[in-house]
Write a protein that binds this ligand. Structure first.
Ligand SMILES: [Fe+2]
Ligand SMILES: [Fe+2]
Length: 338
């Protein structure tokens, strides 16, 4: 909006709106270009704030919904060791959700709002969690591929321009690499086990490979927000570059397992120094994104149920905090009266 001649108050100085905004934006972009962090109290363009709220909240929701396909296997883990590792991993994911909701709250949005958006089915989360986990090998494939793809996406986010998000990502990435390894170790055990176990591992790879590649989002040419996010250094590496990197590190890992990638077009390209791979089924991607994946409804039902079941815990914690606050206030009054 051009508002020549109209003066508005910006802090203590009266400056023309147009000039003021562009000057603030110039300084904001200069800070980003110099690789300095933007902190919650700093001025930021509304578009930057909104983009971050969208991205961080979707990320937080993904961590929380991501617990569901794995939670499905806690009671059926094949040994105590596997069960302990799986429980620890799922708890880490809950923690990731919490750091991310906290980071999002620094952008002037309440946690209640974010949680409500998820429970009402208005918020997006990573589509990968709308696929079922039907065998124990899926727990291996999820750790290896889904957490592996998540790491690929999240490592550059440690250098994101928004301070609270980038700092949350540092700890999250450390934990994700443990998740990836425990998943790979499950796959390795199955791949070296009986013929039936190896078949189970291959089947899980067949089902999780393509959805994992979809986790990097649409191709760069179809990704409308990417350029602006790159300028703002919210996003630092493009979808296609990250996907290629993931394919390049994961194919040799599958070879080591003695498993076959479910992609007849996959081959090493000596010229480019990368693997070439087949076209993703974007129609499937679109369908799952629109809510028509195999488990979209089930996930929302389970998340709502879990939220309802946890209500008494939240209420008890609030009542306890209120009691402590009242007791502290009464003591202060008593001391003051003495
Ligand atoms: Fe996570
Ligand atoms: Fe993880």
């Amino acid at each position: 909006m051009y508002t020549q001649g109209l003066d508005v108050q910006k802090g203590d100085v009266s400056i023309p709106l147009e000039q003021g905004d562009s000057e603030l934006e110039r300084r904001f972009q200069a800070k980003i270009d110099a690789d300095e962090k933007i902190e919650p109290k700093d001025w930021m363009p509304e578009g930057y704030r909104k983009t971050l709220v969208r991205q961080i909240s979707q990320h937080a929701h993904s961590e929380v919904v991501g617990m569901l396909p794995e939670g499905n296997w806690i009671t059926r883990a094949p040994s105590l060791r596997r069960k302990a590792a799986l429980l620890a991993k799922i708890q880490d994911e809950a923690g990731h959700g919490l750091y991310l909701y906290s980071a999002c709250e620094t952008l002037n949005v309440s946690r209640q709002e974010l949680v409500d958006q998820l429970l009402e089915g208005k918020a997006k989360y990573s589509s990968i969690f709308n696929y079922p986990s039907t065998t124990w090998a899926d727990i291996g494939a999820i750790g290896w591929l889904v957490d592996g793809a998540a790491i690929m996406n999240q490592v550059p986010l440690q250098r994101c321009s928004y301070g609270p998000y980038s700092r949350a990502m540092i700890r999250i990435c450390k934990e994700e690499s443990f998740h990836q390894r425990q998943g790979y170790e499950i796959m390795l055990t199955l791949a070296r086990g009986t013929a039936a176990q190896k078949r189970m591992a291959q089947d899980a790879l067949n089902r999780w490979w393509w959805p994992s590649l979809m986790m990097f989002g649409p191709n760069d040419k179809d990704s409308p927000h990417s350029a602006q996010s790159m300028r703002w250094k919210i996003k630092r590496v493009s979808n296609d570059e990250l996907r290629q990197k993931f394919v390049d590190v994961t194919v040799p890992q599958a070879d080591f397992l003695g498993l076959t990638m479910p992609d007849p077009a996959l081959r090493w390209n000596a010229g480019s120094g990368h693997y070439d791979f087949g076209e993703i089924d974007w129609e499937e991607f679109k369908q799952v994104l629109q809510g028509n994946g195999p488990c979209n409804r089930e996930r929302m039902r389970d998340r709502n149920r879990a939220h309802e079941r946890g209500r008494w815990v939240r209420e008890a914690a609030l009542a306890h905090a209120e009691k402590r606050r009242a007791r502290a206030a009464a003591q202060t009054t008593a001391v003051a009266a003495e």
